[in-house]
Design a protein around this ligand. Structure first.
Ligand code: SF4
Length: 491
């Protein structure tokens, strides 16, 4: 039995998770689409990293485990950079992102990460050091001579201009010394993990380790004993939820008064206890009074590729590919305008021009969580300064509907502590996303990427996906109109 790099990290996080990974794998929920998209993005970043080593060679992983190990050993004699070679040594098995030859017989290990910030509290995040120290241990035990170890990650200051320059897209940081500090522990950690795997199923309580350094895939399984309205549903509770659990408090309604809740948390507990919606009519009236007609309801969908696609953009910078806009006049007449770009070309000039033509010259613009729309419009104005004055005017007219929910001026226990539109829209209006093919922003982003950049799909299927995207974005702005109507009726 081998401990792989990913299982080593799992074992450091939680012995129960490690044991299940080897003995009861069927209990682990399947990887969902959003996690798969993160893996795919990591793979894409890995492909760009290889371009920094143009004379390197891939190891063919289709050949099967034993063949890969054999091939990797054989390829060492070529003394060229190797991409994803695999090695085994002393019950460990590891794939190396990039193994770079140095001098006559030494190698450098280069671990590629798709992050732009590998630090935590100003030091390299320990999870990366554990990761690389494991790889180094495995390589040493398989007989390789390792000189240095490096972390290669995306340069957050990189701005694309013309073709991507892989040499500037990445930062390569020497972490040899820090990694060596962790190296001595790898052997005994591996031994300990082997004993766990061979032993009885460990009992581990849920705790802050479940989300650190990574979200454990077993969270839904391990939390399944919790009742409705449990302490994790308390708004902004964070790690304090574990504190409550350790005191035997599982339900929001059982939280003692002596426990220091914030004002919104205390209010949430009251709504659960009374099973009642909380409304602050004065504040809602004040909010509604600021609206000027024609009232616009506006929402954008964005994509944020790890490797920038268009000039002037940085890694992970968002750019909008879609918007929905409802405009309501004093007589409640509503006009709907929308835009969706599904080609690989840069959507920014076209979406800006479309927005400029669609918005009226006056009237409030209702958005939900305005900082997102504001940041994206400001980025557009930075990239296309001829729109700056127009963008400034639009942003000045923003009214954030989220404010009312964020401050709990309206709160329904059905929101389960969340103030996102996905929670507030259904609870207030009964409208929901469940019947839509696309039901959240990250799914919209994935579909857009499939249509614009994925393998060719039949025109009919493409059209279907376009319709789903349009329907989803329209739901957000149409939903906001309905929310405003209900709030108006309420006060
Ligand atoms: S959810 Fe937490 S307790 Fe359960 S296996 Fe994962 S890390 Fe361990």
């Amino acid at each position: 039995m081998y401990i792989s790099k990913s299982k080593y990290l799992t074992g450091l996080q939680c012995p129960k998770s490690l044991w299940i990974n080897y003995n009861a794998k069927w209990e682990i929920p399947e990887v969902d689409d959003s996690l798969q998209a993160i893996f795919d993005q990591g793979h894409e970043v890995g492909e760009w990293a290889k371009k920094v080593f143009p004379h390197g060679m891939d190891i063919n992983w289709d050949a099967g485990f034993d063949e890969v190990i054999k091939q990797s050993k054989e390829m060492l004699s070529k003394r060229i950079p190797l991409f994803e070679p695999g090695f085994v040594g002393d019950s460990t098995y590891s794939r190396i992102d990039i193994l770079n030859p140095v001098g006559a017989d030494e190698w450098d290990i280069i671990e590629v990460k798709s992050t732009t910030n590998p630090t935590k509290s100003d030091k390299i995040d320990e999870v990366y050091l554990h990761d690389i120290s494991f790889q180094k241990y495995c390589c040493l035990r398989s007989g390789l001579k390792i000189r240095n170890t490096y972390l290669m990650y995306l340069n957050k200051e990189y701005v694309k201009q013309g073709d991507i320059n892989p040499g500037k897209l990445f930062i390569i940081k020497d972490v040899t010394e820090s990694v060596n500090n962790f190296l001595d522990d790898v052997g005994k950690n591996v031994e300990h993990m082997l004993n766990i795997i061979r032993g009885p199923r460990p009992e581990v309580d849920i705790g802050s380790h479940c989300k650190s350094p990574y979200d454990c895939a077993l969270i839904p399984v391990c939390r399944s004993f919790l009742p409705e309205n449990n302490v994790f549903n308390l708004t902004r509770i964070g790690k304090e939820a574990y504190n409550l659990l350790s005191q035997g408090v599982y339900k929001i309604e059982d939280i003692p008064h002596s426990f220091g809740l914030t004002s919104t948390q205390a209010l949430q507990r009251e709504t659960v206890l009374r099973n009642q919606i909380h409304v602050e009519p004065n504040r809602i009236r004040e909010f509604l009074a600021q609206l000027e007609y024609p009232v616009h309801y506006f929402d954008i969908e964005t994509s944020n590729p790890a490797v920038p696609l268009y000039d002037g953009m940085k890694p992970y910078q968002h750019y909008p590919f879609q918007y929905s806009l409802h405009i309501q006049d004093e007589n409640n007449e509503v006009e709907h305008l929308e835009f969706l770009h599904t080609e690989p070309s840069d959507p920014r000039p076209a979406i800006l021009e479309s927005m400029r033509q669609s918005f009226k010259e006056k009237g409030s613009i209702v958005v939900y969580y305005e900082s997102f729309e504001r940041r994206n419009l400001q980025d557009l104005a930075d990239a296309f300064p001829e729109y700056k004055k127009w963008v400034d005017d639009i942003i000045n007219r923003f009214v954030d509907l989220h404010d009312l929910f964020k401050e709990f001026s309206y709160y329904d226990p059905a929101q389960k502590g969340s103030t996102s539109l996905k929670a507030t829209l259904p609870s207030l209006t009964g409208m929901g996303y469940d019947d839509l093919e696309i039901s959240d922003g990250s799914a919209a982003m994935r579909e857009y990427r499939k249509i614009a950049f994925g393998p060719q799909i039949p025109e009919e299927e493409k059209e279907q996906k376009r319709k789903h995207l349009l329907k989803y974005c329209e739901m957000d702005t149409e939903g906001m109109i309905r929310m405003m109507e209900i709030l108006r009726e309420m006060v």
